[in-house]
Ligand binder design. Structure first.
Ligand code: HEM
Length: 139
């Protein structure tokens, strides 16, 4: 199985697992907001139900970027929204974001193993690199 296939199969498992009514994306945000006060402060006025829906959608943008190697309007808009002029999400926040995602994954995918973890890290890496790179670049 390719890493893309490993990621796909794992993603299907985690989104269909409601873990006592707490979805994967809910659990991710609980983890991410708990990781430090500054992250929590950034979301203090956010409707987290809408936010987790948006993240679910934006996962497709991250995946499409990995698969196509081309930035579409969706990932461009997300990066612009997060850059220093707008939400001002500093590059180091993305490392915490990814670690929380992997932590949540380890709790939600009953087949979690090194290959699954690596597949997710590989799929997320181009999108995260893109977002970090665009933090202080002009469009
Ligand atoms: C690759 C990782 C990430 C993706 C795909 C992502 C995706 C998104 C999307 C799609 C939105 C909604 C944009 C809109 O309203 O048009 C959003 C909003 C937001 N994101 Fe991210 N994000 C990422 C990482 C982060 C990180 C690391 C932080 C750090 C704290 C963060 C903080 C926020 C905040 C504060 C908002 C605005 C929430 C609100 O509207 O109140 N994001 N993100």
């Amino acid at each position: 199985m390719s890493f893309e296939e490993v990621f796909d199969a794992s993603y299907k498992r985690v989104i269909s697992d409601s873990n006592n009514g707490v979805s994967f994306f809910d659990a991710f945000y609980i983890q991410f907001l708990g990781c430090n006060e500054e992250v929590a402060a950034r979301f203090s006025n956010t409707d987290m139900t809408a936010q987790q829906g948006m993240l679910k959608k934006s996962f497709y943008s991250l995946f499409a970027f990995y698969a196509s190697g081309q930035a579409d309007d969706s990932i461009r808009n997300i990066a612009e929204k997060h850059n220093h002029k707008n939400l001002d999400i500093k590059p180091e926040f993305y490392d915490q974001w990814l670690e929380c995602l992997i932590q949540t994954l380890s709790q939600y995918d009953e087949q979690f193993c090194n290959d699954v973890e690596l597949a997710w890290r590989l799929v997320m890496a181009p999108g995260i690199t893109y977002m970090k790179f665009k933090y202080d670049k002009e469009y």
